[in-house]
Design a binder for this molecule. Structure first.
Ligand code: SF4
Length: 213
């Protein structure tokens, strides 16, 4: 059933599959995706908020994950920072905690998530790939979603962040890049949040809007 609500106010969110979606995702912008060799995984410099359900899953599969971490980071009791707070933005509301942050003098930020390996890759993603699973099988939801995020429950492009001031560039504006709708550039991230059918619904709405319907 279609749950898209047409709006007369450009600032009002759309409703897709019960999720509020920022109209910014429909804007065509000269954006491109980040490039690891340039961004150095700045988005991982402060760790991430992770649902306790995902924490339990990671601990249950820790033997698949440990080989992808340096030896000094393989103690699973040190992987999370111990906070335990309700996060109402989750698709399934629940409590969340933070991944541990460790000093890393080789990283321009000086600290990184404990799961970021020296080659600036995510050990959780590497573990999923090595296990023959989806690359995001073990990846925290917010990491997979980035640079989209949930702002007060609304799916939006993260445009302001401390990491951008420090050097991160999770989406890059380039004058010679043809404009592309934000949702299309970050298609896999949008599908993660809305599902394939939600993405199709959003794309159809965008095309109708572009056609003036
Ligand atoms: S879990 Fe992986 S992707 Fe997420 S912040 Fe840590 S290293 Fe980065």
């Amino acid at each position: 059933m279609t749950e898209t609500s047409n709006t007369t106010d450009d600032s009002e969110p759309l409703m897709i599959k019960g999720r509020a979606v920022s109209p910014v995702l429909l804007e065509a912008r000269p954006l491109s995706r980040c490039r690891l060799e340039e961004c150095q995984s700045y988005c991982c410099s402060g760790g991430v908020w992770i649902h306790t359900r995902q924490v339990a899953d990671l601990l249950a599969h820790q033997e698949l994950i440990k080989p992808h971490l340096p030896p000094e980071r393989r103690d699973a009791s040190k992987w999370f920072d111990g906070t335990d707070e309700l996060d109402e933005d989750w698709p399934e509301a629940g409590n969340a905690t933070g991944t541990a942050v460790v000093d890393d003098p080789t990283h321009p930020a000086g600290t990184t998530c404990i799961f970021l390996t020296p080659d600036r890759l995510c050990a959780l993603q590497a573990a999923g790939i090595a296990a023959g699973e989806h690359p995001w099988r073990f990846k925290p939801f917010y990491c997979a979603l980035h640079p989209l995020g949930l702002d007060g429950g609304q799916l939006a492009l993260v445009e302001e962040s401390e990491i951008y001031k420090e050097g991160g560039a999770c989406s890059r504006t380039e004058a010679d890049t043809p404009p592309i709708p934000v949702y299309a550039l970050f298609d896999v991230e949008t599908k993660l949040a809305l599902g394939e059918d939600g993405y199709a619904e959003l794309a159809a709405y965008a095309q109708r809007s572009a056609g003036g319907d």
